[in-house]
Design a protein around this ligand. Structure first.
Ligand code: ADP
Ligand code: MG
Length: 297
């Protein structure tokens, strides 16, 4: 289709060589629209400031051009990043810098920093985070997910409930294929909170279909408050659970967190809570859940 925008065509470089000062002036008047046409929005918006700064630094033409391009590249990269973060649908912002490793001695900081390089995402490996409530599983999922986004990988965050609810609905409505395809697309799929709530009887089989599809293609980062030995109970089917674990664990890194809830720790510090009798190193993991305050933050 022909372009409908009314714009003076820019002269060819050969034409430019013969351009009169008046032509150059006309080009300057067209600069704004040419920058729009080339989608160089950052240069267009900051042009005066950038040119003044380039003049102040006495940059030559090549340097000035590089300076302008750098402004555009930075702005485009920031936009890409913020868009990818939105698409990932993280529930909140958490970072590795904001994670207190001292508060959770069962976690090896070196292992988490190694995971933060995202080599496992590049390889299509999986990460399984296990531990009782409040020990920072979701925090680490979001932080690692953000690292993956920053490295240019597509990421989607979901909860086990949301994911399986969607697949069950897809099966009922005849849209399972589309939904499986949707959850297979991101290079990294983060599945939070497996095992907290009972699943529907067919959920295990649907989950297996998704994990099979993603197997050795894209990574899964999954967290659970239940040790993997109890996943047959989680899925209500020993055979399906074994098949899921077989694929999930084949190329995987398992991080088991043993310790107290960070939230309760904060409350204990504030004197709102007494420590549990006899310690709670494994509280909640497949056993008795840790004491819950009346209302958690
Ligand atoms: P889980 O998913 O294991 O239940 P969360 O990741 O939701 O736990 O952690 C609960 C809250 O405590 C979150 O706000 C999280 O950022 C914070 N938190 C947990 N562990 C740490 C930690 N080691 N350092 C800093 N904040 C933490
Ligand atoms: Mg959580």
């Amino acid at each position: 289709m022909a372009r409908t925008r009314q714009q003076t065509p820019a002269p060819s470089p050969a034409g430019l060589a013969a351009a009169e000062p008046a032509d150059i002036q006309r080009l300057v008047e067209e600069l704004d629209s040419m920058l729009s046409r080339l989608r160089l929005g950052a240069i267009r918006e900051q042009l005066d400031g950038l040119l003044e700064e380039a003049a102040r630094r006495q940059l030559n033409l090549r340097e000035a051009l590089a300076w302008l391009c750098a402004a555009e590249v930075t702005s485009k990269e920031q936009r890409r990043l913020s868009m990818a973060m939105t698409i990932a649908r993280f529930p909140f912002v958490r970072t590795l810098e904001g994670f207190e490793f001292e508060a959770q001695p069962s976690i090896d900081p070196g292992k988490i920093r190694d995971l933060a390089t995202c080599r496992w995402v590049a390889n299509g490996d999986n990460v399984v985070l296990l531990g009782p409530p409040g020990v920072g599983k979701t925090h680490l999922e979001v932080a690692l997910g953000r690292e993956a986004v920053a490295r240019g990988y597509t990421v989607q965050f979901t909860t086990a409930m949301e994911l399986l609810g969607s697949l069950v609905k897809g099966q009922q409505q005849g849209t399972l294929e589309a939904r499986l395809a949707q959850y297979s697309k991101p290079k990294l799929l983060i599945i939070d909170e497996l095992g907290y709530l009972p699943l529907e009887p067919q959920a295990g089989h649907l989950f297996f279909q998704l994990i099979s599809r993603r197997y050795e293609q894209g990574s899964v980062l999954i967290s659970s408050n239940r040790p993997v030995e109890e996943w047959d109970e989680v899925f209500g089917d020993q055979v399906v659970a074994a098949a899921i674990l077989d694929r999930l664990m084949h190329h995987s890194h398992v991080v088991t967190i043993r310790g107290d809830s960070y939230r309760l720790r904060e409350k204990r510090r504030a004197g709102l809570f007494r420590p549990p009798a006899g310690g709670s190193s494994l509280a909640g993991i497949g056993g008795v859940p840790p004491p819950m305050p009346a209302k958690e933050a």
